[in-house]
Design a protein around this ligand. Structure first.
Ligand code: ASC
Length: 155
């Protein structure tokens, strides 16, 4: 024991707790507000980089294949994050999330998965380096954003 650092002892004691902790998405946030902040941050990152692609496909800034790829990569990664932030009890607070997210959970999951799939396709399109491919995939992905906002986000 003398030669084992306190940090190692602590880590061993905490490991089983960490396993339990990861057992459900809900347990990964100490408070509902943390889950709200987390999912909003993920949507902010996603929207920021999606918007940069939008500026390109709408010719507000010049098309740059490499920039498009970087942005699409980030959008795809960020798209996988927010769903787990919709924990029970996180419909109250600094959020525009509608109660239907929880009362129509299957429908919300489908809407989320449609977005994740469309954004993966956007990333594939970005990798072709072709602006027309990017524009088409951007339009499709944008429709999945809008569909979810229409049903599940308050004004
Ligand atoms: C964006 C952005 C969204 C979507 C949505 C598409 O650029 O931030 O949430 O596009 O407006 O309808």
């Amino acid at each position: 024991m003398k030669f084992v650092s306190r940090a190692v002892v602590m880590a061993c004691m905490l490991a089983p707790a960490a396993l339990l902790w990861s057992g459900s998405a809900q347990a990964q946030f100490a408070k509902p507000e943390d889950a709200i902040k987390y999912r909003k941050a993920a949507y902010t990152v996603m929207g920021t980089h999606f918007g940069r692609i939008g500026a390109m496909v709408q010719n507000r800034i010049p098309f740059n294949a490499q920039q498009a790829q970087m942005n699409a990569e980030i959008v795809e990664m960020a798209s996988k994050l927010p769903f787990d932030g919709f924990v029970a009890g996180s419909n109250q607070g600094d959020t525009r999330a509608k109660a239907e997210i929880w009362s129509q959970a299957d429908k919300f999951k489908t809407a989320n998965d449609n977005m994740v799939r469309a954004v993966a396709a956007l990333n594939v399109a970005a990798k072709t380096g072709n602006a027309d491919n990017l524009r088409a995939a951007f339009g499709q992905a944008g429709q999945t954003c809008k569909a979810c906002h229409d049903d599940f986000r308050r004004e």
